[in-house]
Design a protein around this ligand. Structure first.
Ligand SMILES: [Zn+2]
Length: 196
């Protein structure tokens, strides 16, 4: 019914989570009427082609190494393992953590069929030389807990301290949605893995 290029735009928008046909059409019409915004969006979309994963930690980056891995002021004896880019930025936002990160890009899941080889784990094991502490900072959901237990089991083979965030969060809560104070407290009161 609509011109092909318009239908293509609607189709692309519909692929986004939570966007149905009606919403996609509304977005498409908005973009048509706001050409300046549409141009901005087009440029932003073109630029994401340059984004890649940091070779060391797996965080989003425009270069081989991300800004955090490249920062000489970070404590290089501590790695915090997080499930996603959003979780990393949630912790970083608090300004309370100065070590390095490792982004798994997911959690293990028996229901979704996500196994250790699907996560960014191999590069983590390659980084453990000289590391004194690994902080497991994975949201305490069912899949998150399974991932944390798996990591604890594997990391025990290395001579380092394994801690995890002391959640003031209820089970099932998402780290990404926690406020800064909750994350800060959880970081300060992190515990040895075995104690929980
Ligand atoms: Zn990095």
């Amino acid at each position: 019914m609509y011109p092909k290029s318009f239908e293509q735009l609607v189709g692309a928008l519909e692929a986004l989570p939570g966007v149905g046909t009606k919403t996609a059409q509304r977005y498409a019409f908005t973009l048509l009427n706001k050409t300046e915004k549409a141009q901005e969006l087009a440029e932003a979309l073109a630029a994401i082609k340059n984004l890649r994963r940091c070779k060391k930690c797996g965080f989003l980056s425009e270069n081989d190494l991300c800004e955090i891995c490249n920062d000489s002021h970070r404590d290089i004896s501590t790695i915090m393992v997080v499930a996603s880019d959003q979780d990393l930025t949630a912790v970083e936002r608090t300004g309370q953590y100065h070590g390095l990160y490792h982004v798994l890009n997911g959690t293990l899941s028996s229901t979704k069929g996500i196994y250790p080889e699907d996560l960014n784990l191999e590069t983590l094991y390659e980084r453990l030389d000289g590391i004194k502490e690994v902080i497991i900072a994975i949201s305490p959901t069912i899949d998150g807990e399974m991932t944390a237990l798996y990591l604890d089991k594997v990391l025990k083979k290395y001579p380092l301290k394994i801690t995890r965030l002391a959640y003031g969060l209820p089970m099932g809560a998402n780290l990404d949605y926690a406020d800064d104070m909750t994350i800060t407290k959880a970081l300060i009161h992190r515990q040895k893995f075995e104690e929980q």
